[in-house]
Design a protein around this ligand. Structure first.
Ligand SMILES: *[C@@H]1O[C@H](CO)[C@@H](O)[C@H](O)[C@H]1NC(C)=O
Ligand SMILES: *[C@@H]1O[C@H](CO)[C@@H](O)[C@H](O)[C@H]1NC(C)=O
Ligand SMILES: *[C@@H]1O[C@H](CO)[C@@H](O)[C@H](O)[C@H]1NC(C)=O
Ligand SMILES: *[C@@H]1O[C@H](CO)[C@@H](O)[C@H](O)[C@H]1NC(C)=O
Ligand SMILES: *[C@@H]1O[C@H](CO)[C@@H](O)[C@H](O)[C@H]1NC(C)=O
Ligand SMILES: *[C@@H]1O[C@H](CO)[C@@H](O)[C@H](O)[C@H]1NC(C)=O
Ligand SMILES: [Zn+2]
Length: 480
């Protein structure tokens, strides 16, 4: 078999992979195959050899040279194919997954287990409000997600998005130069449910407890930067999170509901116009066994799949509507009130103090006296908080200082970025992607993020650059 030959696996190993994929996410294995042919071309490139470039990496071989990523097939390189999560091998080189969102970590925010829905280590596999269908979409947002939101609107349907922070080479969800943040804000404002599918889509059963913590907390900070809150609902990537590894207990201790599904459309297996009919058939067949008055459904799909967005979803919406079901969020199909779906990050953001080295450019505008801000007034030193929101109001919440924040009228988490070029003593690029906020950001890389820096595996290739960034950014301007 073609796939088997390329991966060089025994039938047994292949069977294991295929059955694991049966849970979710076979798309990743296609990526593996592409990696290999690309990488083989690249190691023949002389320029890498003369720079002392290590071509191979992995468990038996070791790490790539500083700054290079280790692909799933064990080749070093710095292309998106090498560095993109979840395939990039985090323990053997740089990866997208090592990026971290700006702003204070969410680790100190209390996580009471509010509401009646079970938290980890329990697993939620079904809804309990008869007559409801919770359509859920994993792995996005992606380029099809806007069209999916429009389609859901046309059917007056609500859905749940299990969002991954940095996967498939899409960049960080809270990067203002990318479309993802505004999509997520839109989802949230339209009443869809925004839930977590972790930072970089690793197999949570396989990684350490410290790594799981990073996977959870980084996605929280990124989502918080966008909507000011972070979710209490999560779905483990590959549906993999077991008791033995302590993963389910960890999810419980972070205050998460662990959500699986009771209707798998298998859309990722049927991701072409011919095959998608099989997913429609699965959906129709399952629904036909039950009475609407007795049943609810928790359906898994993926908005990174073109056919899911442009074909399967409308089929499901028509069918469920015809049968008399309502398309609602996971929270709704479990009768969990909306305020329980998220935790607020209400921390007070303080303005600059006397030690601030540079006055931000906004400083020479008159200070807002009525709480509005923008072209004519700055929030800095105002009584309303130092950040100017996209709606032109001053405030000190993460919603004012996060995505949409106006850098010309106050402080922002990340109003602008400058790329640092840092080289280590060997002349190799340590971290060509390290972005820090410009001088008028209130957050840099700070020691308060120390809890996220702890794991050497996750900071590979970064300690030097992080030290420099910390030194450059200097003063910590926020209080916890
Ligand atoms: C996740 O990791 C566990 C433990 O190593 C393994 O049994 C499982 O097959 C993995 N799942 C996937 C999809 O790789
Ligand atoms: C949608 O799916 C059907 C099979 O159910 C297929 O015949 C059709 O070509 C697909 N449409 C598009 C636009 O891909
Ligand atoms: C800013 O001030 C100018 C000049 O006074 C005025 O024309 C403009 O409408 C003001 N803009 C806002 C948003 O208040
Ligand atoms: C932050 O905002 C809240 C609500 O507007 C206010 O009560 C509090 O005093 C503000 N704190 C600072 C430091 O501006
Ligand atoms: C960042 O700041 C520079 C100069 O202040 C400006 O030219 C540039 O457009 C800004 N970039 C973004 C993305 O705001
Ligand atoms: C970073 O360094 C490279 C090579 O030395 C150079 O081409 C590039 O322009 C530099 N980028 C910045 C932002 O300084
Ligand atoms: Zn997934």
């Amino acid at each position: 078999m073609h796939l088997q030959a390329l991966l060089g696996l025994s039938s047994l190993a292949l069977a294991a992979i295929v059955s694991a994929c049966g849970l979710e996410g076979s798309e990743h294995h296609h990526i593996t195959i592409r990696d290999r042919s690309r990488d083989e071309n690249e190691i023949q490139d002389d320029k890498f050899v003369t720079r002392g470039f290590k071509p191979r990496c992995g468990p038996e071989i070791g790490k790539c040279s500083d700054g290079y990523c280790c692909s799933s097939a064990g080749f070093c390189g710095d292309t998106q194919e090498h560095c993109k999560s979840p395939d990039c091998l985090m323990d053997y080189g740089r990866c997208d997954a090592h990026k971290r969102p700006k702003g204070p970590p969410t680790s100190t925010i209390p996580r009471p287990k509010i509401g009646n829905v079970l938290y980890g280590p329990s697993i939620i596999r079904s809804c309990n409000v008869p007559g409801t269908v919770a359509l859920t979409y994993d792995d996005g947002p992606y380029k099809y997600t806007q069209d999916l939101l429009d389609l859901l609107d046309r059917y007056d349907a609500k859905a749940t998005f299990f969002i991954t922070g940095v996967n498939n080479g899409k960049g960080q969800i809270d990067d203002l130069n990318l479309p993802w943040a505004s999509l997520i804000k839109d989802m949230y404002l339209k009443g869809h449910q925004v839930a977590s599918h972790t930072w970089s889509h690793q197999n949570l059963t396989r990684i350490t407890s410290d790594q799981r913590r990073e996977q959870i907390l980084r996605n929280e900070a990124a989502i918080r930067n966008i909507i000011g809150v972070f979710p209490t609902y999560m779905r483990p990537p590959f549906s993999s999170c077991d008791i033995a590894s302590n993963c389910l207990d960890d999810m419980g201790s972070f205050g998460y509901h662990v959500v699986l599904y009771d209707l798998d459309t298998q859309d990722y297996r049927n991701a072409n116009p011919e095959a998608i009919q099989q997913s429609k058939d699965i959906f129709d067949r399952e629904l036909s066994y039950w009475k609407v008055s007795e049943k609810s459904w928790l359906v898994i799909g993926h908005d990174i799949q073109e056919q899911t967005v442009y074909n399967l979803t409308e089929h499901m919406l028509r069918r469920l509507t015809d049968d008399g079901y309502r398309a609602v969020t996971v929270g709704d199909c479990l009768s969990d009130p909306r305020e329980n779906w998220y935790r607020k990050d209400n921390r007070i953001i303080s303005g600059p103090n006397d030690k601030t080295p540079k006055a931000p450019p906004a400083g020479n505008k008159p200070v807002s006296t009525d709480g509005t801000c923008g072209a004519n007034h700055t929030c800095i030193k105002s009584n309303f908080g130092p950040c100017c929101s996209s709606h032109h109001f001053c405030g000190n919440s993460t919603q004012h200082c996060g995505v949409g924040c106006l850098p010309d009228a106050g402080y922002c988490f990340s109003p602008n970025t400058t790329t640092l070029n840092i080289t280590d003593s060997l002349g190799g690029a340590v971290n060509t992607e390290s972005k820090i906020s410009a001088a008028h950001s209130i957050y840099g890389a700070t020691s308060k993020a120390g809890s996220l820096v702890g794991n050497p595996a996750l900071t590979l290739g970064r300690p030097l650059s992080m030290a420099i960034v910390t030194a450059l950014v200097g003063a910590m301007l926020f209080e916890l």
